[in-house]
Design a protein around this ligand. Structure first.
Ligand SMILES: [Zn+2]
Length: 111
């Protein structure tokens, strides 16, 4: 995981994996980059000093969801889930944990 320049995106996750046609795919490695050139970040999103900074933990939770095989859910139908395509905004930490729909998605994938 690193901070860097990422035109047009708040963050991005890339993974390398082996496709297993008879079983689960195997993630071999992954990288997460947080865009520090266009966005400001914080580990204390609920502090009064936040000032439009995005919560590192919330974004990393979302990106790790992709590592575990989750895709995006509809923003209009499930905007409060961690795996919705857009974060709810800066200076909040609601997406640090998984919503019920996120957990059900994982459960469905790995049962
Ligand atoms: Zn995503």
């Amino acid at each position: 995981m690193s901070f860097g320049k990422l035109p047009g995106a708040l963050a991005m996750e890339c993974r390398w994996f082996t496709i297993n046609y008879s079983d689960y795919d195997s993630v071999r490695a992954s990288d997460i980059k947080l865009n520090k050139s266009d966005f400001r970040w914080t580990a204390r999103p609920n502090a009064r000093s936040c000032e439009k900074r995005y919560d590192v933990e919330s974004i990393v939770t979302h990106e790790l969801g992709h590592d575990f095989g989750l895709g995006h859910v509809s923003e209009s139908a499930h905007g409060n889930l961690t795996m919705s395509a857009r974060i709810n905004g800066p200076c909040q930490s609601a997406e640090r944990s998984l919503g019920r729909g996120d957990a059900l998605g994982l459960e469905n994938k790995y049962r």
